[in-house]
Design a protein around this ligand. Structure first.
Ligand SMILES: Cc1cc2nc3c(=O)[nH]c(=O)nc-3n(C[C@H](O)[C@H](O)[C@H](O)COP(=O)(O)OP(=O)(O)OC[C@H]3O[C@@H](n4cnc5c(N)ncnc54)[C@H](O)[C@@H]3O)c2cc1C
Length: 422
C-alpha cells in the first residue's frame, strides 16, 4: 500500500510518516514543530534509506522561494534551505559568482545535501557542507536559532542529519565565477592508479574515476579542469596511459547521453561542468540503489585492492562505481572529518536482496580502513560499528540534547546508526 507521503527519489523506500507539511513561512514551520511530538525535515528525497523519515510529521521546504541574498563584500550567499543546488548555481553564475564545488546532480536541496555531508570531487575540495558559514533553524521547542561559523559548536551543526532541527536558511561561501573544461579519458590501467593515486586524483580541479572492478583498466577518467586566465586550453591525448575520448560518454553504460553536462574539453561555467548531470534532465537512471564508503586517502591503494578482490561478486550487481576524493574537514559528522578521503561509490542495480546480501562482506573488507558509510546511501552498519568512527559523536549527542530536548527529531535511523535513543 502506498504511504501517505510516498517514496524517495529512487523508489526503494516508502516513507512511514503520517503527514507531509509544506509550510509557506518560517512561522508556520515553528508552529508545526512546536505542535508535533515526532517531526523531521524532508529535502528532495534523494537519500536511499530511512534517514529522513519520521513517525509523525514531515516538513518539506523545497517549494519555498529561494530568496537569494548575495553579500559581495562578505562573499556569501544566503538562501532558503530547501532551494536546489541547480537553482542556486544558475542564480550565482548570472551574477558572476560561484560555489567551490557541486555534487554529481544539481537536483538536491541545499539543506538535504549539507545535512548528510554530500560531496563532489577534488583533492583540495571539501564537501558541500564546508561552504556553510551560517545557519538558521527551528529547534525542537519551535524557537528560531541563528548560528555562524564563529559559534563554538558550529562544526557540529552543519552535517547534522536533521537531528538538531529544521534548517530554514543557509549561508554559503562564494567566490568569483570561473570556467571549467571537462575531459573524458578511457581505459586507465589499474596499475597506474594504484601506483600514482594522488597524482591522478590531483590531475585536475575535480577528478572522477569510473569502473566495474573487472579487467586491468578502469573504464573512464573524468578531468574537470579549472581554467585560470592564461592556462593552456589543450590537454594531452593520453594521461597515465588512458586515452582521450572525443565522443560524449555517460556515467552509466547505455544511459541516455543527453543527461550529462558538456564534455570534450569545451570550456563553460562551473555551474554547467562541475555537476555530472544537467539540471534539466533526469540524473543517473533512477532504477538503482547507491552505497558509498570513505577511507583515508593514505590507504587508497590498499582499500581499492581489497574491493577489487571482491570484483567478481560486485560486478553482476553493479551499474557503475565512481571513485572521488574529498578534502579533510572539521565538521564533526562529516565522512571526511579530519581525513583526506577517497570515496568509493557503488551505483547498484535495483536488486535490494542481493545488494544487502553482499554489503556485509564489502563492509567487512573495508572495516580495517575505518570506512565511513555515506549517511544518505545504503549500508548495513549500525551504532556498534559507526559510532566509533566519529570521535565527536558524544559531543554531537549532547548538542542534540540541547536543541531537541524532547527528542522530536529522533527516528529509527538515528537510534539504529548513531545510537541516539528516541
Ligand atoms: C542520482 C543521485 C546522485 C547522487 N550524487 C551524490 C553525490 O554526487 N555526492 C554525494 O555525496 N551524494 C550524492 N547523492 C546522495 C544525496 O546527495 C544525499 O542523499 C542528500 O542528502 C540528498 O539531499 P535531499 O535534499 O534529497 O535530502 P533528503 O534525502 O530528503 O534528506 C536527507 C537528510 O537531510 C535532512 N534534511 C533535509 N532538509 C532539511 C532541512 N531543511 N533541515 C534539516 N534537515 C534537513 C533530512 O532530515 C535527512 O536527514 C546522490 C543521490 C542520488 C539519488
Amino acid at each position: 500500500m502506498a504511504s501517505a507521503v510516498g517514496a524517495n527519489w529512487a523508489g526503494n523506500y516508502e516513507f512511514g510518516a503520517a503527514r507531509l507539511h509544506t509550510p509557506s513561512s518560517v512561522e508556520e514551520v515553528q508552529a508545526i514543530v512546536a505542535g508535533s511530538p515526532h517531526v523531521r525535515a524532508l529535502g528532495t528525497r534523494h537519500s536511499f534509506n530511512d534517514l529522513a523519515d519520521a513517525s509523525g510529521d514531515l516538513i518539506s521546504l523545497v517549494d519555498l522561494p529561494p530568496e537569494l541574498v548575495i553579500d559581495a563584500d562578505a562573499r556569501t550567499v544566503t538562501l532558503a534551505a530547501g532551494t536546489r543546488y541547480g537553482t542556486v548555481a544558475a542564480a550565482l553564475q548570472s551574477e558572476g559568482w560561484a560555489l567551490h564545488n557541486m555534487g554529481s546532480l544539481p537536483h538536491i536541496s541545499v539543506a538535504g545535501a549539507i545535512s548528510t555531508g554530500t560531496h563532489g570531487s577534488g583533492n583540495r575540495n571539501g564537501s558541500l557542507a564546508t561552504a556553510v558559514s551560517g545557519l538558521e533553524f527551528v529547534t525542537g521547542r519551535g524557537e528560531l536559532a541563528q548560528v555562524t561559523r564563529q559559534a563554538p559548536s558550529f562544526a557540529g551543526m552543519v552535517v547534522s542529519l536533521g537531528a538538531l532541527g529544521v534548517v530554514t536558511r543557509v549561508t554559503l561561501d562564494i567566490q568569483p565565477t570561473f570556467d571549467v573544461r571537462q575531459d573524458v579519458y578511457v581505459e586507465l590501467p589499474w596499475d597506474a592508479l594504484l601506483e600514482s593515486f594522488e597524482e591522478i586524483t590531483g590531475a585536475a580541479y575535480s577528478v572522477s574515476l569510473f569502473t566495474n572492478w573487472r579487467g586491468d583498466s578502469l573504464e573512464q577518467l573524468w578531468l574537470k579542469t579549472r581554467l585560470e586566465a592564461g592556462e593552456p586550453r589543450v590537454l594531452p591525448g593520453t594521461v597515465f596511459g588512458a586515452t582521450s575520448s572525443l565522443s560524449k560518454i555517460a556515467t552509466l553504460a547505455g544511459a541516455e547521453l543527453d543527461n550529462t553536462t558538456m564534455q570534450g574539453g569545451v570550456p563553460g561555467p562551473w555551474s554547467e561542468r562541475l555537476p555530472h548531470f544537467r539540471f534539466d534532465a533526469t540524473p543517473s537512471n533512477g532504477d538503482e540503489l547507491q552505497s558509498e564508503f570513505f577511507v583515508d586517502r593514505a590507504h587508497a591503494a590498499a582499500a581499492l585492492s581489497v574491493v577489487r578482490s571482491l570484483g567478481e561478486r560486485i560486478a553482476p550487481l553493479l551499474l557503475v562505481t565512481e571513485l572521488r576524493t574529498v578534502a579533510a574537514d572539521e565538521l564533526w559528522l562529516s565522512m571526511a572529518y579530519e581525513r583526506e578521503s577517497l570515496a568509493i561509490h557503488f551505483t547498484w542495480k535495483n536488486e535490494p536482496a542481493a545488494v544487502f546480501a553482499l554489503l556485509p562482506d564489502l563492509e567487512a573488507a573495508l572495516a580495517p580502513f575505518g570506512a565511513r558509510p555515506h549517511w544518505g546511501k545504503v549500508f548495513t552498519g549500525d551504532a556498534r560499528s559507526v559510532v566509533p568512527l566519529y570521535e565527536r559523536m558524544p559531543e554531537f549527542a549532547a548538542l542534540a540534547g540541547v536543541y531537541d530536548p524532547d527528542r522530536q527529531f529522533r527516528n529509527d535511523y538515528l537510534e539504529r546508526v548513531l545510537g541516539l535513543p528516541q
